[in-house]
Design a protein around this ligand. Structure first.
Ligand SMILES: *[C@@H]1O[C@H](CO)[C@@H](O)[C@H](O)[C@H]1NC(C)=O
Ligand SMILES: *[C@@H]1O[C@H](CO)[C@@H](O)[C@H](O)[C@H]1NC(C)=O
Ligand SMILES: *[C@@H]1O[C@H](CO)[C@@H](O)[C@H](O)[C@H]1NC(C)=O
Ligand SMILES: *[C@@H]1O[C@H](CO)[C@@H](O)[C@H](O)[C@H]1NC(C)=O
Ligand SMILES: *[C@@H]1O[C@H](CO)[C@@H](O)[C@H](O)[C@H]1NC(C)=O
Ligand SMILES: *[C@@H]1O[C@H](CO)[C@@H](O)[C@H](O)[C@H]1NC(C)=O
Ligand SMILES: *[C@@H]1O[C@H](CO)[C@@H](O)[C@H](O)[C@H]1NC(C)=O
Ligand SMILES: *[C@@H]1O[C@H](CO)[C@@H](O)[C@H](O)[C@H]1NC(C)=O
Length: 480
């Protein structure tokens, strides 16, 4: 967490100061930590996932729903994992773009390489298996062990040592050895460790109800490259948190608080898991989840058009709603990527459309400093924020679903108003290397103040603009 501006008394300045961290973060090159954006060029889960033995997935009772508070930081949303006996609390990113849940493990031995950019987050907490009476290492007969070694990931120690998936599969019923160490790749990062099982305590949707999930399987990670904080995987694969808890045929929903609440300890974004997340949602517009042959465990949606302000919708390339023969294309919806990424040349065309209708002066020096491509100095009478003077952006997804991005999700104030003006930057980015993997990514910054419902039963994703701060208050996630 960046040095938090808690000494500032009015909430009014909080967004301005926290915005500062965005451009620090983006100084060298805008990037999305924990994202798949670049990493899809390093394959994972390429091989078909072996089917789990039927009895391996625990199903909590049908009526148990979860409500977990998510803490907002500058580049994502953190979930607190209560692991072990006695419980150790570790905060990790909530990531719909991956499956594995992992925590930094062993406070003496955890080693994060090239993490200087992230260290100032000061979020590092590690899990010590030796202090937990219920911790044990997963065995090589575990379906999770097969799953994590089933990608053709060249960093995988098992692959390096020549222990092929076939070797593991051959003695799946008789093997008693520990599961071999794994390596798991992300956008720019890699994590390496061992699969561990321990008790996970989760929160029910009614106050003060918790539930113990015994033998939850996660990565006990001893070394990483550019991944200083753990991750909770919310993908569709067997290792993911919703899968292991028996919710993969149901769903989950989240309502991400606006960026002005980043690092505010008094309010959290609601994450609901279970029936409650998907029932009584008939008012929402739903777009189908697309089946990506290359990455079947992640969530893809189809983007048809984008409307800027009140001018007619701009068609987007087919690649944002269709896959090629290899499975490249589609739009990934990913809470682990901060900003929305669009492919070239469409991204540049969108910038031109914006430039053609916005007549405010460009703030070139802010563009140079932050790496964002379009920043404007917009009037701000008396240095107070007025209604948004910049055009709205509407996404049109498959099935006639229109989502007008809430104000503050597309252009964001990068500094305090000064001399009756404020610099706002367009927080979208160009997709690098979009010819492999997804063509675009719908990132968490653009999902703020929207209820996003992952209806896994009906394989669809619903959107509804919502004041997530009010939602947090009504769900008891606001300290008074
Ligand atoms: C390791 O972590 C445990 C629990 O968090 C703590 O009690 C212990 O002092 C730590 N050891 C070192 C060397 O930091
Ligand atoms: C939950 O627990 C807290 C403290 O333990 C208590 O003050 C509160 O009344 C409880 N709430 C409910 C609904 O039981
Ligand atoms: C959080 O609440 C405490 C106690 O009410 C208050 O002193 C503090 O300023 C609040 N922090 C923020 C960032 O709103
Ligand atoms: C579009 O919006 C602008 C102001 O934002 C307005 O002047 C113009 O009349 C609108 N055009 C249409 C066709 O509604
Ligand atoms: C700015 O402040 C002045 C004096 O306080 C006031 O007369 C004026 O209406 C304000 N303008 C806006 C746009 O709020
Ligand atoms: C799409 O939705 C709009 C309103 O959002 C509606 O006017 C239009 O008729 C719908 N089109 C179809 C084909 O359902
Ligand atoms: C306001 O902007 C002027 C130049 O436009 C600059 O010199 C000054 O430092 C800025 N003040 C603040 C508080 O940022
Ligand atoms: C403030 O804005 C006015 C009008 O845009 C400009 O003339 C003046 O130079 C600006 N002052 C500073 C310090 O930037």
């Amino acid at each position: 967490m960046p040095a938090a501006p808690f000494n500032i008394t009015t909430i009014y300045f909080l967004p301005l100061l926290t915005a500062f961290f965005i451009f620090q973060q983006s100084h060298a090159r805008p990037r999305a930590p924990n994202s798949l954006v670049l990493g899809l060029t390093q394959s994972r889960n390429i091989l078909p996932t072996p089917k789990l033995p039927l009895n391996s997935v625990r199903k909590p009772s049908e009526t148990f729903d979860m409500l977990e508070p998510l803490r907002e930081v500058r580049d994502g949303y953190l979930i607190s994992l209560n692991l072990g006996k006695p419980k150790q609390v570790i905060q990790v990113y909530m990531d719909t773009g991956s499956d594995l849940t992992w925590v930094p493990c062993g406070n003496l031995s955890f080693d994060c390489i090239d993490c200087d950019d992230y260290r100032n987050n000061k979020l590092m907490a590690s899990f010590s298996p030796s202090y937990s009476s219920s911790s044990f290492r997963d065995s090589c007969a575990s379906p999770f062990c097969i799953n994590i070694h089933s990608s053709d990931n060249s960093f995988d120690p098992c692959t390096v040592a020549g222990c092929s998936l076939n070797t593991l599969l051959k003695d799946i019923w008789t093997c008693t050895r520990p599961c071999p160490s794994f390596a798991y790749t992300y956008g720019e990062g890699v994590v390496a460790g061992t699969l561990t099982r321990d008790t996970l305590i989760v929160h029910g949707s009614t106050p003060n109800i918790t539930r113990e999930i015994p033998k939850f399987c996660f990565g006990c990670v001893s070394s990483t490259y550019r991944e200083p904080i753990g991750i909770a995987g919310f993908g569709k694969g067997p290792l993911s948190l919703p899968s292991q808890l028996g919710f993969i045929q149901k769903g989950f929903s989240h309502c991400f608080l606006a960026f002005k609440f980043a690092n505010n300890p008094n309010i959290s974004s609601p994450l609901v898991i279970g029936d409650l997340a998907i029932s009584s949602k008939d008012l929402l517009q739903f777009t189908p989840m697309l089946k990506c042959p290359m990455y079947p465990n992640y969530y893809y949606i189809g983007l048809e058009a984008i409307t800027v302000g009140n001018i007619s919708a701009t068609e987007v390339p087919l690649s944002l709603r269709e896959f090629d023969a290899l499975g490249n294309g589609g739009m990934l919806i990913d809470s682990g990527t901060t900003y929305t990424h669009l492919p070239e040349p469409f991204y540049s065309q969108l910038l031109l459309v914006l430039q053609s209708i916005i007549s405010y002066p460009r703030a070139n020096e802010v563009e140079a400093r932050t790496g964002f491509d379009l920043c404007y100095r917009v009037p701000c009478p008396n240095n107070t924020f007025a209604d948004d003077v910049l055009p709205s952006i509407t996404f049109h997804f498959l099935n006639n679903v229109s989502l007008v991005l809430p104000s503050g999700n597309h252009f964001y104030a990068m500094n305090a108003p000064n001399n009756s003006s404020v610099v706002k930057c367009f927080l979208f980015q160009s997709m690098d290397g979009a010819d492999y993997g997804p063509a675009g990514v719908f990132g968490s910054f653009q999902q703020q103040n929207v209820e996003v419902v992952y209806d896994l039963e009906k394989e669809r994703i619903g959107f509804q603009p919502m004041d997530c701060a009010s939602a947090a208050v009504s769900q008891g996630l606001h300290k008074t």
